[in-house]
Ligand binder design. Structure first.
Ligand SMILES: [Zn+2]
Length: 322
């Protein structure tokens, strides 16, 4: 049974390629963080190596080893300190040249391939051009555009989308035993990213951090240049934290837009509906739209490694006073 929640069409496509014996040597799974790309890749690796004919069974030794990250033929490779380095790709190539130890296929899952250095990406290209017969590469990335076209053109690209809020809520309740009201809030805040919702259900620090970031936002609205610059400087020290802040603020401003256009039933920040309503009354629709644009632009710049401090300064200067 495929364990992945949602992405039914992608599961169907991979299943069909298995039954037809037409498995590609390289796949690229794209989509926002924490929507299940790696889960799908691991599930596929299980299906490829399952000891039962109707795999992935999730129960045989092979499936269990893959789930626990101990299968010798299935490797997950991810950035070290935010970068996939050429040495990691060379190590992959040495392993790929060997025959399988236990499974039928050697599967290498390269997470967040956009983090690869140019040298690492070029090095991987050699394997993509002439993959050993028993090797399958599954790359993940936020979007295909973030990777060199020479890499993308050698992969079968599956573009995954966020799940519906309803699918996340249902999965939280039924699979992870999260209580109804909490499941609803987490599902809405997740924006369809089940991985985020599951993590937030397990780790209370995630919602605490979100509360802090929203409180900071409320405070910044009343503050001037000096405080805003100081905040931008501090936030820019950790790009991951900055990205997180932008995501949370974006969900807040999207809610303001919903409030302003009378669709308050769909808001994400359910637990702060009162504050949203009050704030929506203080801004014009144009101001809300402009700041959403500014947030999107800032997120794009961070994603493309534009100077984080400058990006955040520009963003916070455009935060309308309310
Ligand atoms: Zn199995």
């Amino acid at each position: 049974m495929w364990q992945v929640v949602g992405h039914e069409w992608a599961v169907e496509l991979l299943k069909r390629s298995l039954t037809n014996g037409r498995v590609a040597h390289a796949y690229l799974l794209t989509g926002p963080p924490q929507i299940g790309k790696t889960t799908l890749a691991l599930n596929f690796a299980q299906a490829l190596n399952c000891q039962n004919p109707e795999g992935p069974c999730g129960e045989c030794l092979s499936c269990r080893k893959i789930a626990h990250g101990t299968h010798p033929d299935v490797r997950v490779i991810e950035g070290q300190g935010g970068t996939i380095k050429i040495d990691q790709i060379r190590a992959l190539q040495r392993q790929a040249a060997l025959s399988c130890t236990e499974g039928r296929w050697k599967v290498f899952i390269l997470r967040q391939m956009e983090q690869a250095t140019t040298e690492a990406a070029n090095c991987l290209l050699k394997t993509l051009e002439e993959p050993p017969a028993h090797v399958i590469l599954v790359l993940t990335a936020s979007e295909a555009d973030a990777l060199p076209p020479t890499i993308v053109s050698r992969c079968q690209v599956l573009n995954l989308r966020p799940l519906t809020v309803e699918a996340v809520r249902k999965a939280l309740q039924e699979r992870w035993g999260v209580e109804g009201q909490r499941a609803e809030l987490l599902a809405r805040l997740s924006g369809g990213r089940l991985g985020w919702a599951v993590e937030a259900a397990r780790d209370e620090a995630i919602l605490r951090r979100r509360d802090e970031l929203l409180d900071d936002l409320m405070e910044l609205i009343g503050q001037g240049r000096v405080e805003r610059f100081a905040y931008a400087q501090q936030l820019s020290r950790d790009t991951e934290a900055a990205r997180e802040a932008l995501g949370i603020w974006l969900s807040w401003w999207r809610d303001l837009l919903l409030m302003a256009s009378g669709s308050s039933a769909e808001i994400a920040n359910l637990d702060r509906a009162e504050a949203l309503r009050e704030m929506a009354g203080r801004y014009s629709l144009g101001q809300v739209r402009d700041f959403i644009e500014a947030l999107r632009a800032a997120a794009w710049r961070l994603e493309h490694n534009v100077n984080a401090r400058l990006t955040l300064e520009v963003l916070l200067l455009s935060l309308p006073r309310g």
